[in-house]
Design a protein around this ligand. Structure first.
Ligand code: PAF
Length: 282
């Protein structure tokens, strides 16, 4: 195995500093582990773009708004390391919680506006935790580019805003969602679905796709979303936190699509909350 595991910020900075002195570009892929092909697509892209690739693995307690979700979040560092080694990542940065949040840690990064809808409402405090940990990871690594999946599209837009606002000198690169053959977006939490729920789960992507096509043809977004939401309820999703069509850049609600937009959904199947989104191209 040639991937190196780094546990401290000081060690990470020492290695990245040597790469920088040699004039090498650096890509960062922030993750919470439980890696699947969606994460590996980010690593492959970073590998193609940059001379060196750091993948962080930190299950960030600050972005979980429910203690049982944090406790049940899947963890397997050895399996993750083997996947990253096969994908030719250079460093697995896997800090302990007290390395990221030592005693006395008192700072929070808050992004306004873009966080006031969807996940920002359904998961109070979530984006504060994401913005705080991602700003730390960016400042610890100072990568040329950092890679985020479009599956968490609102997160991608929030991180982009934060990086610009805080003058962090890294480019934020969004990567298309990787899906199973039946359309289900790959996600670490999918392992919690029972076989019955797994059979129903692709309905989410089917409804997103139908809504995107109806909206692209000029349909009323409110009516399209209400109909999709009712069908998802019928299929067994409960609760459905939102099914909405919003501007792809500002995340403002739209009634008819005239600029690039996205359809967003968050819905729970059994005990598993799934989120997904697709593009609407007018
Ligand atoms: O998308 C995730 O896995 C997390 O929100 C991230 C970006 C690694 C921050 O903890």
């Amino acid at each position: 195995m040639s991937i190196q595991t780094v546990r401290t910020v000081a060690d990470l900075r020492a290695v990245v500093g040597r790469w920088r002195q040699a004039g090498e570009t650096v890509g960062l892929v922030p993750t919470m582990g439980a890696l699947h092909d969606g994460h590996l697509a980010l690593v492959h892209r970073a590998r193609a773009d940059c001379a060196r690739v750091v993948v962080s693995l930190f299950v960030n307690p600050k972005q979980f708004n429910q203690a049982n979700d944090l406790a049940q979040y899947p963890r397997d560092e050895d399996a993750d390391r083997a996947k990253l080694d096969a994908a030719s990542a250079d460093i697995l940065f896997a800090p302990a919680a007290d390395q990221m949040y030592p005693d006395g840690f008192s700072t929070a990064v808050a992004v306004g506006g873009l966080t006031s809808s969807m996940e920002g409402i359904a998961r109070p405090g979530h984006f504060g935790g994401v913005a705080t940990v991602v700003s730390k990871l960016l400042l610890q690594t100072l990568p040329d580019r950092a890679y985020f999946g479009e599956k968490d599209y609102q997160q991608l837009v929030v991180v982009r805003r934060m990086t610009v606002d805080l003058d962090i000198p890294s480019e934020i690169v969004g990567i298309e969602t990787v899906r199973e053959s039946d359309g289900l977006a790959m996600a670490s939490r999918n392992v919690h679905l029972t076989p019955e729920q797994r059979a129903v789960a692709p309905t989410l992507h089917a409804e997103l796709s139908q809504a995107a096509s109806e909206a692209a043809q000029g349909g009323d977004c409110g009516e399209i979303c209400a109909a999709a939401l009712a069908r998802l309820k019928q299929a067994g999703f409960d609760p459905i936190d939102y099914f909405e069509i919003r501007d792809a850049e500002t995340l403002d609600a739209v009634t008819r699509v005239r600029r690039p937009a996205r359809v967003f959904v968050a819905a729970t199947l059994g005990a598993t909350r799934l989120i997904d989104n697709v593009a609407v191209k007018p």
